[in-house]
Ligand binder design. Structure first.
Ligand code: SF4
Length: 861
């Protein structure tokens, strides 16, 4: 196979990837040295892409009500049901819920079908959960959804302010670019985040603000800049309006009290920002996923407008998107309140233009329902047919148990999916096998407005189809013309033509230079100028940027006596969304392989929660049971839980089920960074750890969490009742009579092993306390002729336990790194030289730095 240049399907950095097939016909991936996003680098997730391509769990043929069918039947069923529902209840009785995982071409035809042919605005996307507040903030200020910066600004800035962004874990390749710049030019870094994240380890100043108080901090900064004579009068005079109102709206009594910061920290931040011309402000989900998300975005942008620091090298307000194609979706109008090509659904002239361009029979004349409202409408019966594409709302929406109930009650649910076992796929009446990364052909747009190709390098398995084909076939079956595309290139060309259609500079996106381009050969292309608005040119009616008044509002959820802890949810370094892809890589699962809650030692002590025991977190909406991780990186009174785990891989860890669906009034984006919960120790009778080449019987246990290992699966287990007969339990658990056991009833230790011939096929370790055993060591024994010594729980003197994996690229464990540090490695470079850890993608450098800091602290004691 010729190497194929494509784009990583995970985060909004949009790294170029080269996929090749080696002499053993195995796919390998490497960073594309020519791609301007990553110049050959990949993070741990990108590096492990080849490990996620197996066909297990793949959905290979369409089903209707769980029965196999063919594409003709499935397409006809969808078309007929949607048509009948529309005829009976009107166009707003149906909806599409799509995804930033879709390619631009998929998004384009889905939006065209819903808004131009069905005639409803009811197409929204999981990007609503990701960056809708940034879209709304851009539109309020700039008049268009335009990111004014580009990645090179990371290398040109003297100060980078990261707000609500765990850059080191969530956008690792950009973080490495920033680290390189810091090393070369001493870039100062400020991290604004309630948690001491991996990113904060590298900050010159970490501002651990109270959750949700960002607006107050930036309002304070706005006044400070104005009072210190930093207002760029030329810029504000010529290119902006509303400064006086914004300053009035930013009046507040006490920044320190609201943010919880020491005045000296606030002063240091304000002075640094004020005195550094080349300041780049980066933000991500911590800003967007908030009931004041749009105000947070505007409060940051206000400070850049006031100082005229926008659109010039190394400075500007820069929203970094979470998803691989959130930006592409925005460009084609994939949100319920957009039209297409940056046109506004509320604008009659835009509606007429788009309808005419599409030769469409109708056009949506009002915004559709945004994600939270859309599922409310599913629940109360206003929406009677919904088509969900490439996303898993039964896990990722706030109050996700409500979403499950709503979908169960919905008369007609269609799900297009690559896997057969996602929580949402299980709720589908019609389940459609969609092609996925490596099989699909199209384009994506990254956070700096750069369009890149995703190219196929594998055959589509079974009967999988690409999303654009599926959508077009349904549209044609519904009797609509305008969907006779034969390739994604044709769709892209129509999209490019719409961006240019009667544009004449009135809209930011204009892809005229890509019209009739050689699609197959398309190089990464950044639309518009590399930087925007240095000399005005805004897309508002006045042509000026709008300052926005952003009075501080606290988060909508309030902690109470019953629910006294604030809940923050987010991502971890080596997982992506609901783990349907990254969960397949044993290497990635070796980093943090079990759902957990971070809580402060003081809270843990007060609640009598011990490290590594189980915790029940409860809100008014539900509960989860997860492992306690006690850490000073968490503030007292707040907890953090990752959002990745679902019913696919744990019985009770869907953290978003705990959150109320509080939304930002402007953007409709839900507040996923602030809920309220209680925490209590979850008492169990026993803890267990198991490995197995096949899935054991875990269903009836009070707690289980599953993760892939190289030869099978590993399980963390616990239950509230002790089996009457442990040997019988083990036999039923592994579905075999051929069990070898070690039983010590007095100390409550039970160990079991199963062999096929001489090879270990399963093992279970049980104890009254959390099982103290190297998971990676035991996992390594699976499939090997280890003999009964496995029941001793150690590998003997010849086996080295490397500990939990820190460096996923080079498979270097925590104990190996700790040894190197103990033996004198006192810097990242020295640890890298001694162990290779941190020498590849660099995603683990923050973890290593944290270990080095602990060592330094210990030395100082
Ligand atoms: Fe993929 Fe990592 Fe690059 Fe994001 S930073 S696009 S996850 S390789």
């Amino acid at each position: 196979m010729q190497p194929t240049k494509t784009t990583c399907p995970y985060c909004g950095v949009g790294c170029g990837v080269i996929a090749s097939r080696n002499a053993d016909r195995e796919i390998t991936v490497a960073g594309d040295p020519d791609h301007p996003a990553n110049f050959g680098k990949l993070c741990s997730k990108g590096s492990a892409l080849a490990e996620t391509l197996s066909l297990d769990d793949r959905l290979l043929f369409p089903t209707i009500n769980g029965e196999r069918t063919d594409w003709n039947d499935a397409t006809a069923r969808i078309a007929t049901t949607f048509k009948d529902t529309i005829a009976k209840y009107g166009p707003d009785s149906v909806a599409f819920y799509v995804s930033g995982q879709l390619l631009t071409e998929d998004y384009y035809v889905a939006n065209k079908l819903m808004k131009g042919f069905i005639g409803s605005g009811n197409i929204d996307t999981n990007s609503r959960l990701c960056m809708a507040s940034s879209v709304a903030g851009h539109k309020r200020t700039f008049g268009a959804d335009v990111v004014p910066c580009n990645y090179e600004d990371l290398e040109l800035a003297d100060l980078v302010v990261l707000t609500g962004s765990n850059f080191a874990w969530c956008h690792p390749v950009l973080f490495q670019r920033l680290m390189a710049a810091k090393e070369q030019r001493g870039t100062k870094i400020i991290v604004i985040d309630p948690r001491k994240t991996a990113t904060a380890e590298f900050a010159d100043l970490h501002l651990a603000i109270n959750a949700g108080s960002d607006v107050a901090l930036f309002n304070g900064l706005l006044h400070y800049l104005d009072n210190s004579g930093k207002t760029d009068l030329n810029y504000t005079g010529q290119h902006t309006r509303g400064l006086a109102e914004a300053l009035a709206g930013a009046e507040q009594s006490d920044c320190a009290e609201i943010t919880g910061l020491a005045q000296s920290q606030i002063d240091e931040f304000f002075e640094l920002f004020s005195n550094t011309e080349r300041t780049l402000s980066i933000w991500s989900q911590g800003v967007n996923q908030s009931s004041a998300g749009t105000d947070k975005v505007n409060a940051i942008i206000n400070c850049h407008l006031l100082t005229g620091r926008i659109g010039k090298p190394g400075m500007g307000p820069f929203s970094i998107t979470g998803q691989p194609n959130a930006m592409g979706g925005r460009e084609v109008g994939g949100l319920a309140n957009m039209l297409a090509a940056h046109m506004a659904i509320e604008n009659p002239a835009h509606r007429e233009l788009v309808q005419r361009f599409w030769s469409a029979p109708t056009i949506a004349n009002k915004p559709g329902l945004k994600a939270v409202d859309m599922f409310d409408a599913v629940a109360d019966g206003r929406i009677k047919a919904i088509w969900i594409m490439a996303t898993n709302p039964a896990v990722t929406m706030p109050n996700s148990n409500f979403i499950r109930t709503a979908l169960k009650a919905c008369p007609f649910v269609v799900v297009s999916e690559a896997v057969n076992n996602s929580d949402t796929a299980k709720l589908a009446h019609v389940l459609l096998p969609a092609a996925t990364w490596g099989e699909k052909d199209g384009t994506v747009t990254n956070s700096e407005r750069r369009i890149s190709r995703q190219r196929p390098f594998m055959e589509k398995p079974g009967e999988a189809h690409t999303d654009w084909q599926i959508i077009c076939n349904v549209a044609k079956a519904m009797g609509f013309s305008g969907f006779d595309f034969t390739s994604p290139a044709e769709i892209f060309n129509e999209h490019a033509a719409l961006t240019t259609f009667e544009n004449q500079g009135s809209r930011a996106i204009d892809l005229s230079s890509l019209l009739d381009a050689d699609y197959d050969a398309l190089e990464p292309f950044q639309w518009a100028k590399p930087r925007m608005f240095a000399h005005g040119g805004f897309f508002t009616l006045s042509g000026r940027a709008n300052f926005i008044a952003t009075p501080y509002r606290s988060p909508l959820a309030k902690v109470t006596e019953e629910f006294p802890l604030s809940l923050n949810t987010g991502r971890i370094r080596d997982q992506w969304h609901t783990m349907t892809r990254t969960g397949k890589s044993a290497r990635l699962m070796a980093h943090l392989g079990e759902p957990f809650v971070d809580l402060h030692p003081q809270d843990a002590k007060r609640l009598a929660i011990k490290s590594a025991t189980l915790v029940c977190l409860r809100s008014s909406l539900g509960k989860v049971i997860i492992r306690a991780k006690i850490t000073v990186s968490q503030q007292v009174g707040s907890v953090f839980v990752p959002m990745h785990w679902s019913r696919m891989n744990s019985n009770s860890a869907n953290s978003l089920a705990l959150l109320d669906a509080n939304v930002d009034a402007v953007s409709g984006q839900p507040e996923l960074k602030f809920g309220r919960v209680s925490a209590a120790a979850f008492p169990v009778n026993w803890y267990g750890f198991a490995i197995s080449t096949h899935k054991p019987k875990i269903e009836n246990l009070a707690y289980w969490a599953e993760a892939r290992i190289a030869q099978g699966y590993k399980y963390e287990l616990a239950d509230t009742h002790e089996p009457e007969n442990w040997s019988e339990f083990a036999k039923q658990f592994f579905s075999t009579d051929n069990i070898h056991s070690y039983i010590d009833k007095r100390s409550g230790i039970y160990r079991f092993a199963v062999f096929k011939d001489t090879l270990l096929t399963a093992s279970l370790f049980v104890a009254q306390e959390p099982v103290a055993l190297s998971r990676n060591w035991l996992a390594d024994q699976l499939g090997k002729p280890v003999g009964l010594k496995i029941l001793a729980g150690c590998g003997g003197a010849a086996v080295v336990d490397h500990g939990p994996i820190v460096c996923a690229c080079n498979n270097i464990g925590k104990y190996t790194i700790a040894d190197a540090i103990a033996n004198g490695a006192d810097s990242l470079k020295a640890v890298g030289a001694a162990t290779k850890a941190g020498n590849s993608c660099g995603s683990c450098r923050a973890d290593i730095k944290s270990m080095l800091s602990i060592k330094l602290l210990q030395a100082a004691e």
